[in-house]
Design a protein around this ligand. Sequence first.
Ligand code: FHN
Length: 421
Amino acid sequence: MIPIPEKTPGNTEWFVHDRFGMFIHWGLYAMPARHEWVKSYERISTEQYEKYFKFFNPDLYDPKVWAKAAKNAGMKYFVITTKHHEGFCLWDSEYTSYKATNTPYGKDLLKPVVDAFREEGLKVGFYHSLLDWHHPHYTVDANHPMRDNPEYIARDKDRDLDIYAEYLYKQSEELMTKFGQIDILWYDFSVAKTTRFEGKGKDQWKSEKLIEMVRKHQPGIIINDRTQIDQDIKTPEQYQPREWLKVNGKPVIWEACQTFSGAWGYHRDEETWKSVDMLVQMLIDSVSKGGNLLLNVGPTARGEFDDRALERLQGVGTWMKRHGRSIYGCTQAPSEFICPKDSRYTYNPKTNTLYVHVFAWPFRHLFLDDMADKVEYAQLLNDGSEIIMNKSSGGDNLLTLNLPVKKPGVTVPVIELFLKK
Ligand code: FHN
């Protein structure tokens, strides 16, 4: 039995088939290059932060290069930050002067990247921050850069959050009407109340009004859960769920969002970069539990993916070239199939094919309990070479797969099992 999430308002069929997307966090924070939250972490005032706006000029920006890197990595959709918490807008918004067209770069950054990724056949997603540490009517909260500045906090009495909510609505409408079909809207995030500050959630964002407008313009769009009104997908972040995600005991459509390293935005000196092995295993693990993986890149202030990111994208792409069949169109295997240890199953219900992803290559044999009567043929996915099977005569329905002693030269070897009809 495979969990079946309830239907949601958006068109999620392509999403649960394609499984793998690219997240892109890009803004002025690429210049300090020490986390996208640098303004908050270092309590930087808007006036002090202005130098990044004044000198922002990604002269090496070529979104066609980005799109090819994503496609070659096996990614089928992308989600880019139109505006992150710093408030800087990548597109030529009519509602603010704090945008790419007013920097030394002088041009819109968003339409070119949408065109480039669409050209490569990827679906288009916009991330849009609900927080805004630049807008004059955005009040102080537990994450605000000025949360320890009594004079700034005192002026909250002159700030009207409803004016900010209107700005949020108008900019959201721009994004939904000026860039063609948008397939995903990734709002981020709602702020918890603390002993010092009020929170910000669906009432402050006026989330119902936002969602109604978005769906008016983009009927099939997938919307995430971070406006505090659940829509199409749940979004576990920086961890791998232990099992298919549930809400109120019911399985839901979910997507794990993960970074290569310890930051979403470009971080020059941060060293906790995940290996290709780990990233491939995270993708497999997500699909084995019925989920997607949204893997993030933080481009540099010159407009490039840095070598560490490119190396990992290429490594994942090399694996996906021969193993995409065990990811696309796949999901969690029927619960009656017992997965061997140090492995993950994925399953394609349409082709009735089971995939064993072997995380630790065993010596000579892999034992599949209660599978002898289910499998017609077995092969290594990377080269299509047969895997000889032995079906036990002891009546215990054990299936033994005879493996080459030497692990195949791929990140994660996969055995493709063609199940009997
Ligand atoms: O604060 C953001 C963070 O910078 C990043 O954008 C992630 C991506 O999901 N979302 C928020 C943290 O949950």
